[in-house]
Design a binder for this molecule. Structure first.
Ligand SMILES: [Zn+2]
Length: 443
């Protein structure tokens, strides 16, 4: 029950701590320094980053209903392999998570799997159909951390306003999937140069921006906190930046694919790059990077959306939207943001731990004494080539196959227990961990 993580660079966004230090863990909590005895597990973290456990606040675990794509067990295995100690799962399952019984089911399945924290998001409307309000209070009592009809926008402004009035009372955040369907109109990729030359129907940036502005206006009016999911356009980033300046309670997340790819990735009609919102143009990508750097974008979340091979192995127009993200996210954050100087390690850690935790009201994302010992350890120099065959999750639908990443999660600790440890054999680092008893794999 005792562990010392020795000699790592400890990064704690709450206290702004960034120093080489030992971290002490006892009974599943971060502890004050103690003397090691024979029962103390010693982890050598020299050259590594020691951060509060990462929380992915936008994941599709697919269970109940779509177990061929992913289950709570496989999705959480992917999470810990990706360095995440907790995930918030979206309600677009079958049946939709729109009542307390399904929230309980998800929590029980997560306990059974025993890998990482699972924080269910409840639907805003029954069946996410947008017509009648779901049982928000009952779901809140059962542990729903937020409400969203993710996968679908709440089309009706009156319904969204009512949901915000309820959520304001419940102290819960609304996560908004911003899409004006009349402008999407059957589009399958970003509307721009590539959609024109590929002859595919485009989704204009305005389809997202109209809904971002509507929900900012409603957040201002109701006082309900609103979190913009998977922000993807320059116009949306500008709207959120302006709203924050005006003191409106709005936050935003971006996915790794939206800060590292453009619509050029669709040029070979690869269905693994078909995602909603779509991969955007270069100016949008630059705006997203600026939004990450200046704090407009609070959170990095994956929108992990596994599909089967057969579902994606069809022509572009027919393929479902979505890509997996849990097992490549940290590598992309370090390769594209930290090593390129867009974020400091401490800023990157904040967007992966404390910021999502505080938006969801979770007592997580910090390394102060007494905090839950959910810890992510990263080797910032470890290089790895993305190989979907090694994924712990069921989905292989990633456009990053073969991409070389630098900076990988090497250990995931949940409540003081090692849940995943990465093999270092292929890495550039030859230092061996002192914990020799456990090979690569999900514990
Ligand atoms: Zn969505």
């Amino acid at each position: 029950m005792k562990m010392i993580i020795r000699g790592g660079r400890v990064l704690d966004p709450v206290s702004k701590r960034d120093e080489i230090a030992d971290l002490y863990i006892q009974n599943g909590l971060v502890a004050l320094p103690f003397e090691a005895d024979s029962s103390t597990q010693i982890i050598d973290a020299a050259g590594r980053l020691v951060a509060p456990g990462f929380i992915d606040m936008h994941v599709h675990l697919r269970e109940p209903g779509f177990e061929a794509k992913e289950t709570i067990a496989t999705g959480t295995a992917a999470a810990v392999r990706g360095g995440f100690t907790g995930v918030a799962c979206m309600p677009n399952t079958n049946p939709v998570a729109d009542n307390a019984a399904i929230i309980e089911f998800i929590k029980n399945k997560a306990l059974e799997a025993g890998r990482c924290g699972v924080y269910p998001v409840g639907a805003i409307t029954r069946g996410s159909q947008g017509k009648e309000m779901a049982e928000l209070a009952g779901m809140r009592e059962s542990g729903a951390v937020a409400f969203s009809d993710d996968g679908q926008p709440v089309k009706d402004a009156w319904m969204m306003r009512l949901a915000m009035q309820y959520c304001k009372m419940l102290g819960a955040v609304i996560i908004s999937h911003c899409e004006e369907k009349s402008l999407v109109a059957g589009g399958v990729m970003h509307e721009g140069y590539y959609s024109t030359i590929l002859g595919l129907k485009g989704i204009p940036a305005a389809a997202e921006e109209i809904m971002v502005s509507r929900d900012i206006i409603l957040a201002a009016e109701t006082g309900c906190p609103v979190h913009i999911a998977h922000i993807s356009t320059a116009g949306s980033v500008a709207l959120v930046r302006e709203a924050k300046k005006r003191g409106i309670s709005v936050t935003a997340e971006v996915t790794p694919h939206h800060f590292s790819l453009t619509d050029g990735a669709v040029a070979d009609y690869s269905t693994n790059a078909k995602v909603n919102p779509p991969l955007r143009g270069e100016a949008d990508l630059q705006a997203v990077l600026a939004g990450l750097a200046d704090g407009t974008i609070d959170v990095i979340a994956t929108d992990h959306a596994p599909h089967t091979y057969d579902e994606k192995n069809v022509e572009f127009d027919l393929a479902p939207f979505g890509m997996v993200g849990l097992e490549t996210a940290v590598g992309l954050v370090w390769s594209e943001l930290v090593h390129k100087g867009i974020l400091t390690p401490l800023q990157a850690v904040a967007k992966l731990s404390f910021n999502p935790a505080s938006i969801l009201g979770l007592n997580r994302g910090m390394l102060t004494e007494g905090a839950a010992a959910d810890i992510t350890i990263i080797d910032p120099d470890l290089e790895e080539t993305v190989d979907p065959a090694k994924f712990a999750g069921k989905g292989r639908n990633t456009p990053f196959t073969g991409r070389k990443l630098k900076g990988m999660p090497v250990m995931t600790i949940v409540a003081g227990e090692i849940k995943y440890q990465r093999s270092q054999k292929s890495g550039v680092r030859s230092r061996e961990s002192e914990v020799r008893s456990q090979n690569e794999g999900t514990v």
